[in-house]
Design a binder for this molecule. Structure first.
Ligand code: HDD
Length: 688
């Protein structure tokens, strides 16, 4: 990916306003004296103050006490959900003015660069859990706009488990480790989760997504994002549109294979965060296009689902996604805690031109987020933490509280006042002050749910109908794996019975092998399908894919040629060999070995290339892991290329995604075919 011309951070002049603001708070300790927090130079940092060399230790050692006290308080409460996350800085630009639909300033002018910070996360696991567990991924974006911070706090799935925020604590309690023994960590494969599902049937649609490969993203860079709720765009004239937000990754949407994710959880629990970090460090900046689906207010009731129901998608074939801009992530954090851990998102952080709807899930979220920051970040001044500061100036009469940083001058801290000329003063809407949309609302106070929210199965069936055979197979296996871990047989049966309401074929297939009675009814809750829901129909590009090049001393000359072909296409090739160091070619050339076979695994790569040369092949065979490495890549449906004798190590000489260069064959077409196989991501026909 050539980002050289599109990076506003490429030189000092082009730093975003947020980068410049953060710089004021950034401290570089390199080459500096060691001091206490009071600025006193410290002369001794290894030995506490004692009476004689063998003690006792003295209380008087203020540096020891300060160092220890700070250490003792280094931890803050982890997020109650989405505890494990990883973030990066970047910027957003709109492609064309959206002024017909919204007055949001950051969506008006393509030349305006809006700084962003994005935090990706898993939901259920603790902060130290593995990246690749089966889970929904959070996709939260903070836009530092000139009108204040706008937070789009979404997920990588477009629907949610529940329809009313009242149920959120129950749902989270059910999915988190069970309270009596705190088992299992970061997994939904346990009794309480599935007990919740069968008793809260509104979750059926989201369960289909959670059991699909969407739960196993190959990379944060290859993951869609969704605002989930229906929001509102409001333009200068006060005209409103209902709107749903989408992030579409430029690299396409791709997933791992379940067996691979489980192995990765042990081999590299940081797989997704390392991938994001490395991509940004190497200049392969992740890009996501921003899309909106819009429905004019008058059309609110034109659909066979309630557009305010967060368990429903708006099928893209009916309401197209208009692509309106692009986000690029181009800078890693300087400090994980200060930035990624302390960032505080809130769906209620909006700007003029973006408003809420009456979605009862969204309404509840509007309370929860600020509330959670109070205990997580220790008080009401978390907006002053550098990563949370808006780039727009902040002036109000809020005062004091724990950890207040701002020094507000003067005697006035109230409105209205005469002493300060009644400032800070409210700004009228026509001058940019936020005005809530004047929606007309009437009705009785009730604790109930609209009948229009009560169809729990049609879109779950639509999702199932939209999947390819392989995707369906993975969904069934996921259900079987999860339910296989459920101890209570009656819950397993209830799940089968519940999903019989979605699609009897699905339920019958789930039922096979989990000791339950298959459904007695047949049929499906919907005959509709939406091709946009299948990941098979996504963008397929070889860019930034990682290839393990298995080679030993004596590799033949074709290898360097193919490697340069791959490099030119933006593919990352890393040499794996029995030993670290360098390996020599049969006639010429030398290659640096990046991984010894001991430390490398096929699950860490997207594809495998085996070098030619009888010597190289026999050296590879001195390490028994070589054959397992290739076999595992094959079982995970990955593309495998081999040059000449290298083909002898393959478990199969033909089949989808297997590309072999015979001796003396022209190499260019081989390289091309291998790259196409890499772009295809996985070669699923091996499974059928
Ligand atoms: Fe939430 C965090 C996304 C429903 C209450 N949520 C949180 C994060 C994401 C989401 C991405 C992590 C943000 C970060 O990286 O710091 N949440 C969602 C989506 C939902 C949703 C897409 C449904 C459409 N959430 C939801 C409900 C409630 C919450 C219904 C409660 C009423 N969520 C929280 C929270 C968290 C949070 C407890 C935990 C940490 C935090 O906010 O800052 O307030």
């Amino acid at each position: 990916m050539d980002n050289s011309n599109s990076n506003p951070n490429a030189n000092n002049q082009n730093k975003t306003s947020k980068d410049q603001q953060l710089e004021q708070f950034t401290v570089d300790n390199d080459g500096k004296n060691l001091t206490t927090n009071q600025g006193l130079n410290v002369s001794e940092d290894e030995h506490s103050l004692k009476v004689g060399e063998r003690g006792p230790t003295l209380m008087e050692d203020f540096h020891f006490r300060e160092k220890m006290t700070h250490f003792d308080h280094e931890r803050i409460p982890e997020r109650i959900v989405h505890a494990r996350g990883f973030g990066a800085h970047g910027y957003f630009q709109v492609y064309e003015s959206m002024k017909d639909y919204t007055k949001a300033k950051f969506l008006q002018d393509p030349s305006v660069v809006t700084p962003v910070f994005v935090r990706f996360s898993t939901v259920a696991g603790s902060r130290g859990s593995a990246d690749t567990v089966r889970d929904v991924r959070g996709f939260a974006t903070k836009f530092y706009t000139e009108e204040g911070n706008y937070d789009l706090v979404g997920n990588n799935m477009p629907v949610f488990f529940i329809q009313d925020a009242m149920k959120f604590p129950d749902f989270i309690h059910a999915v988190k480790p069970e309270p009596h023994n705190e088992i299992p960590q970061a997994q939904s494969a346990h009794d309480t989760f599935w007990d919740f599902v069968v008793h809260n049937t509104e979750s059926a649609h989201m369960i289909m997504w959670a059991m699909s490969d969407r739960s196993l993203p190959r990379s944060f860079r290859m993951m869609e994002g969704f605002g989930v709720h229906t929001f509102r765009f409001v333009n200068e004239e006060g005209k409103a549109h209902f709107v749903k937000f989408h992030w579409k990754p430029v690299l396409g949407t791709h997933s791992l294979v379940w067996d691979e994710t489980q192995k990765l959880a042990g081999k590299d629990p940081d797989f997704n965060r390392r991938d994001l970090w490395d991509a940004i460090e190497s200049g392969n900046y992740p890009e996501y296009e921003f899309g909106v689906q819009m429905i004019p207010e008058e059309a609110e009731f034109d659909f066979n689902f309630d557009i305010l129901d967060p368990t429903k998608v708006w099928p893209e074939e009916i309401i197209p996604v208009k692509i309106i801009g692009k986000m690029t992530l181009n800078r890693n954090t300087d400090n994980f805690f200060a930035e990624t851990e302390q960032i505080a998102f809130h769906p209620g952080h909006v700007v003029p031109g973006i408003d809420f709807t009456n979605d009862p899930l969204l309404q509840g979220r509007l309370f929860s987020y600020t509330d959670t920051q109070l205990s997580r970040l220790g008080g009401p001044n978390f907006h002053e933490i550098p990563i949370n500061r808006s780039v727009a100036p902040v002036h109000n009469n809020q005062r004091d509280g724990m950890h207040r940083m701002t020094i507000n001058k003067g005697p006035v801290s109230y409105h209205k006042n005469g002493i300060a000329g009644n400032t800070p003063k409210p700004v009228p809407p026509e001058k940019g002050g936020y005005e809530h949309y004047t929606e007309k609302v009437e009705g009785r106070k009730v604790q109930a749910r609209s009948d229009s929210f009560k169809d729990h199965f049609s879109q779950a069936a639509m999702f199932w109908n939209s999947m390819s055979d392989v995707e369906k197979m993975h969904i069934v296996s996921a259900f079987q794996f999860e339910l296989g871990k459920v101890q209570r047989k009656e819950i397993r049966q209830q799940v089968v019975d519940l999903f019989a309401h979605v699609d009897s074929d699905l339920a019958t297939r789930i039922s096979e092998g989990i000791g339950t009675i298959p459904p007695q009814t047949s049929g499906s809750a919907s005959s509709e399908s939406s091709p946009a829901l299948s990941m098979m129909n996504t963008v397929k590009l070889p860019l930034t894919r990682k290839v393990a090049v298995l080679a030993g001393n004596g590799f033949t000359d074709e290898l360097p040629f193919v490697l340069s072909q791959l490099q030119q296409a933006g593919i990352i090739a890393e040499v794996v060999s029995p030993k670290l160091g360098t390996i020599k070619g049969k006639t010429s050339g030398e290659l640096e070995v990046q991984h010894s076979l001991l430390g490398a695994d096929s699950v860490l790569f997207d594809a495998v290339l085996v070098a030619g040369g009888a010597l190289s092949v026999s050296e590879l065979l001195t390490e028994p892991k070589t054959l397992d490495f290739i076999k595992e890549a094959y079982q995970h449906f990955k593309p495998i290329g081999a040059i000449a004798e290298g083909a002898n190590l393959l478990p199969s000489a033909n089949g989808e995604g297997i590309v072999i260069a015979q001796e003396n064959e022209e190499l260019k077409p081989f390289g091309q075919a291998f790259m196409e196989a890499i772009a295809a991501h996985r070669h699923w026909t091996r499974a059928i």
